[in-house]
Write a protein that binds this ligand. Structure first.
Ligand SMILES: Cc1ncc(COP(=O)(O)O)c(C=O)c1O
Length: 447
């Protein structure tokens, strides 16, 4: 055997020994929870993983490529295949995914349809801030529309009222896995020539039937986004994805993700198009190295290959996660039967099949949300608010609220305010057992 072959064989042997040890370590020391006991902490969300994730992570570390590489390619292909979309870009968080999705709409490559500063974007205030943050940071104007309870999504009857001659896009999240009325929102966008960005960070695996075809949420609008932060439907620690079927949007998304560059060669590869040194760009000299030509003011929001390696293992388990989330939601809702005089329970959007992120509860008149939450937390059940409640009430809006500029409210935000006051949620993550769900129902009823 040549020295080279011996080294390769030795390296492979060492690698498999290490990975075997890692798998044994994970099996022995992780996921070692005993049977559930009442009063034990039930988090609203948690990672669900086994040795496969850890082995992939270490495998990627041993390779030491570090930046996006083969696991990233595998993950992007795997997620596109799962969702049934043409293009997927891995990024370092859901917030980054939203930033890129929105900034893509500002690209000069979109001509008349590009979002310019001062243009309006219809959204909701009952949600997570970073669905809206990129709009404000760019200098476009979010227009907030109220939501409905118990769907916790945009009230589509208010869409026309929110429209102005500056409206260019709609950008909204599917709240805690419950799709919004995509039929109505998409028809509104098509009618008025608006972009639709689906913040799918809390809804990966949810489906919606539109024009007789069932599709995953995030794939019906122009761009969809995901988050892989640990509480989300699947995790890689930090991570996110931006997906689209539109080749031009994909090119722009990649450019914004990768420093704003024009070239699409992956890290470490050069001259895939064969025209690296023979084109004219902007006012640069003819043949200026295409690798360093910038068509946008972009970022670097790539994830590492170690994150992607964990994501690849999670993706294999993902369909079972979705099923378990649905099971947990259904069981909790059944367990809360009889409590509807105190609580408004969540209802899926028509034509949808949600992959629930959480179980939202709104306290009816006379029921004090804070007392309920404190009781439930005291019994070990972790709760969460619907993120910002009403985003426009937060300190980050102080200046804009005082100056009366920078955003617009279409109509009243009565339900949004009610959510801020009376709503909370508990988890349905796939690691929950039936005993945990039944205990949550019992505690919520006692409260
Ligand atoms: C709807 C929604 N969008 C975006 C994000 C941001 O994701 P990340 O935490 O990965 O930045 C979150 C975070 O939880 C979210 O709930």
């Amino acid at each position: 055997m040549s020295d080279e072959k011996m080294t390769a064989a030795g390296q492979e042997e060492a690698r498999s020994q290490i990975l075997k040890l890692v798998a044994d370590y994970c099996d022995k020391y992780h996921n070692k929870k005993g049977p559930f006991e009442e009063g034990q902490r039930i988090p609203y969300a948690s990672r669900v993983y086994d040795s496969h994730e850890m082995v992939n992570l270490v495998d990627s570390a041993l390779e030491f490529w570090l930046t996006s590489g083969r696991y990233t390619d595998q993950f992007e292909k795997g997620l596109s295949d799962y969702l049934g979309v043409r293009f997927c870009s891995l990024v370092n968080s859901g917030s980054s995914a939203n930033l890129i999705a929105f900034m893509a709409l500002t690209s000069p490559l979109l001509g008349e349809r590009r979002v310019k500063r001062g243009d309006e974007v219809i959204t909701v205030a009952a949600g997570f801030p970073t669905t809206v943050t990129p709009v404000i940071q760019y200098g476009a104007v979010p227009v907030f529309v109220d939501v409905t309870i118990p769907q916790y999504n945009i009230d589509v009857t208010k869409l026309e009222e929110a429209l102005s001659d500056k409206t260019k896009a709609v950008m909204i999240a599917h709240t805690l896995g419950n799709p919004y009325d995509l039929g109505a929102v998409k028809a509104f966008c098509d009618k008025h020539g608006l972009w639709l960005v689906e913040d799918n960070c809390d809804a990966l695996g949810s489906r919606y039937t539109i024009d007789g075809v069932t599709k995953f949420t995030g794939t019906i609008g122009d761009i969809g986004t995901s988050s892989f932060y640990p509480p989300h439907h699947m995790t890689m620690g930090e991570g996110g994805a931006v997906y689209t079927d539109n080749a031009l949007l994909n090119k722009i998304i990649r450019s914004f993700r990768d420093w704003g560059r024009d070239c699409v060669c992956p890290s470490g590869r050069d001259n895939l198009c064969g025209h690296r040194f023979d084109r004219q760009y902007g006012e640069l000299p003819l043949g200026y190295d295409h690798k360093y030509v910038y068509s946008h003011f972009g970022y670097n929001l790539k994830a590492t290959d170690m994150q992607a390696a964990v994501g690849c293992a999670q993706l294999e388990k993902f369909p079972s996660f979705v099923e378990r989330r649905k099971h947990n939601f259904t069981r909790l809702k059944a367990g809360l039967a009889g409590a509807e005089d105190k609580y408004i329970l969540p209802v899926p959007c028509e034509n949808s099949d949600p992959s629930w992120f959480g179980f939202l509860i709104t306290c009816r008149e006379g029921v004090d949300r804070n007392k309920v939450v404190q009781y439930v937390e005291g019994k070990g059940v972790q709760t969460r608010m619907l993120f910002a409640g009403n985003l426009t009430k937060h300190p980050c809006f102080n200046e804009m609220r005082e100056s009366g500029s920078g955003y617009r409210v279409a109509g009243a935000l009565d339900n949004t305010d009610r959510i801020m006051r009376d709503t909370f949620w508990v988890g349905v993550y796939p690691g929950m057992t039936d005993e945990m769900i039944d205990y949550m129902a019992k505690v919520l009823k006692e409260a």
